[in-house]
Ligand binder design. Sequence first.
Ligand code: MG
Length: 278
Amino acid sequence: MTTPCIICVAITGSVPTKEDNPAVPISISEQIESTQECFEIGASIAHCHVRNSDGSPSIDPEKYRKLKEGLEKYCPGMIIQLSTGGRSGHGFERGKMLALRPDMASLTVGSNNFPSRVYENPPDLVEWLASEMKKYSVKPEIEVFDLSHIHQAAKLKNDGKLVGNLYVQFVMGVKNAMPADLDVFKYYIKTVKRLLPESLWCGAGIGKNQQILNEWCIEAGGHVRTGLEDNIRITKEKLAPSNASLVNIAKELCSKYERPVASWKETRKLLEIGDKSG
Ligand code: MG
């Protein structure tokens, strides 16, 4: 049987603004509304960042608490994944929301360049974030910006610092980091299968690479991420009217390759995440 495809929607991120695309949800209520729309059409993971009222990025655990509570109420069963990556340079502050015990959190296991800065993930911070995730039973999503990050995740797993079947995400198309290169993508999959055979993998393409990565992943049996955090356009000329419009593109690609879309229950089973809401 074909494995159902998990669709994750990254609703807000820390970069796009309403000036870039008015559909980017900024306030907690906008975020909840946008996520609910995606949940109702099949997205089963919400990747979340929080913002200040002026739109600037925040890592305030109180904001994360409000968002998490709203999503649990309006999207019951959906997997809530909080970002620990949003404020590079803020050190251990980045993991304070893990005490909220979300289902998942992102974990970048190494550093790399971003469009105009270094995305800093020093070893002591990575190990601390991993230990906090273990402590609070938060499933990490490993963010892979570079081949070495797969090796580092495997090392953390072998050292007992990460537990369970890992969810590994290949991020491609960030300016100054790994481009969307099909040979590299295939080698990433090969490396995950070799070093972390029980893991599941997915891909996130930035900007115009979003639909490309969606298609590569769906065709190759992996899972996908979409949403306005990574891409604000439907086509080169047209802004995406909503997060849901991007989820629909991923769904159409699932139909094209005859992959059923994973329900939230199937996603929890695939990722070995219990239902924390009871
Ligand atoms: Mg993010």
